[in-house]
Design a protein around this ligand. Structure first.
Ligand code: NDP
Length: 438
């Protein structure tokens, strides 16, 4: 606590994890003997650097860059890069800590890392985005590599940004390796990576519904938040599986579309035009657009069976959780990282709602990045169907691992949070003990 007092998001993530791990710490004295929890919470390395670049008016701009190389016990550091004005050390550390457990749950050999900058991509020209990415990589390149640390995208970093980052890495290092994932298909990217996180959330949700309720997506109503990469493909897959998704949002407002979100129109607005959701509402007669006021989230106030938060941290609080439960929600699975506050997560679990935390439910993105690393190492590429089938298998496996662990440790079976934390931690902990003290 006292070493990280000004890092609320990091403390929130650490508290949530430590609460769950009490159950395994009681059973395994070697965790305490090896001081694994203290070592687990302390990043192996935290890098902070200056990113100076020129805007289109040739004015010098200065931002701050970060990379946390959190834990390499089970593989090279792996985790996305976020460009958003809210990025600071606390956010990078919370994301890195979550990433360790998430990567472990995928069953692939990947350690945990995360990075980013307080750079705001909104309103920047394509040339400015390129110059910023090049400046960012001009420092980051010395810390990463295909067997050391493999970054990817996150909020504000999609295919375009990964392309510029990869181009600069290749230029400086004079090597063509899979040092970043989420690359374009022409230069080592994997089919299905763009869809992976959103599709993965739905595969996880589908397996949970089938196992715990004997149900499917067919005929269900779904609330989604966000309108970025994760949200778009969660909406697409949920609708393919027979559900109707009635909401999406961005940081200014939200859409309620009782006919179901038109995902092709949403892609056109967000991926092609890079416009706001007001554009979607203009084109779609059945859609209502609501401006966000006083920090309200909006999308959690409708009658739905399934809720998939896919925007950002702490976007679903206790009041939202109460509204969802009152409106009959059965399952909440997180596409975003830590979108649900700790008290809201407890409220879901205490009220019998199936709660799939991000580190389990959104692991499909990094899992497919792991598959991109495999393809890059072998210098070949798999078909969309092959990657999608592997993704589905991994997501089903993650659900069962979290569920079985919850049952094994005697907590409620809908408490996939405890299940995921313990299952992800155990493998990392065993590797840390086996590799000796450092
Ligand atoms: P994008 O940048 O593509 O989209 C982010 C979406 O969330 C946008 O609609 C954005 O709205 C909204 N948003 C972002 N920050 C805020 C904020 N502070 N308040 C309100 N809305 C906000 O990012 P992704 O879809 O890639 O990421 C979404 C979440 O999923 C993040 O938590 C990320 O860490 C997580 N995630 C992503 C993975 C991936 O593969 N992409 C993998 C695993 C997790 P606006 O445009 O207005 O900013």
């Amino acid at each position: 606590q006292k070493n990280n007092a000004n890092e609320p998001e990091f403390l929130q993530a650490a508290q949530e994890i430590l609460e769950s791990l009490e159950l395994i710490v009681e059973k395994r004295p070697d965790i305490e003997q090896n001081r694994i929890l203290e070592r687990f919470l302390e990043p192996e390395r935290f890098i902070q650097f200056r990113v100076a670049w020129l805007n289109d008016k040739n004015e010098v701009q200065v931002n701050r860059g970060y990379r946390v190389q959190y834990n390499s016990a089970i593989g090279p550091y792996k985790g996305g890069i976020r460009f958003h004005p809210s990025v600071n050390a606390s956010i990078i550390k919370f994301l890195g800590l979550e990433q360790i457990l998430k990567n472990s749950l995928t069953t692939l050999p990947m350690g945990g890392g995360k990075g980013g900058s307080n750079f705001d991509p909104k309103g920047k020209s394509d040339a400015e985005i390129m110059r910023f990415c090049q400046a960012f990589m001009t420092e980051l390149y010395r810390h990463i590599g295909p067997d050391t640390d493999v970054p990817a995208g996150d909020i504000g970093v999609g295919g375009r940004e990964v392309g510029y980052l990869f181009g600069q890495y290749k230029r400086i290092r004079d090597e063509f390796t899979g040092t970043l994932t989420g690359k374009g298909l022409a230069f080592g990217g994997s089919l299905a990576r763009t869809q992976a996180t959103g599709y993965g959330v739905c595969y996880f949700t589908q397996e949970a519904l089938k196992t715990m309720k004997g149900e499917t997506f067919q005929g269900k109503t779904v609330a989604v938040s966000g309108a970025g990469n994760v949200a778009i493909y969660a909406i697409e897959k949920a609708q393919q599986l027979g559900a109707k998704v009635v909401t999406c949002s961005d940081s200014n407002g939200w859409i309620y579309d009782p006919e179901g979100i038109d995902v092709e129109l949403l892609k056109e607005v967000k991926e092609v035009k890079r416009a706001r959701l007001t554009e979607y509402a203009k084109e779609r007669k059945s859609a209502e657009y609501h401006e966000k006021k006083n920090g309200e989230h909006g999308v959690w106030n409708y009658k739905v069976d399934i809720a998939l938060p896919c925007a950002t941290q702490n976007e679903l609080n206790l009041d939202d959780a109460k509204a969802l439960v009152k409106n009959g929600v059965q399952i909440v699975c997180e596409g975003a990282n830590m979108p649900t506050t700790l008290e809201a997560a407890h409220y879901f679990i205490d009220n019998g709602i199936i709660y799939g935390p991000g580190k389990a439910a959104n692991a499909g993105g990094v899992a497919t990045s792991g598959l991109e690393m495999c393809q890059n190492s072998a210098r070949l590429s798999w078909t969309f169907e092959e990657v999608d089938a592997k993704l589905k298998g991994i997501m089903e496996g993650i659900f069962h691992n979290a569920h079985d662990t919850a049952v094994k440790y005697g907590v409620k079976e809908n408490d996939l949070l405890t299940g995921a934390n313990i299952a992800g931690f155990e493998k990392v902990c065993n590797a840390m003990i086996a590799e000796g003290v450092f």
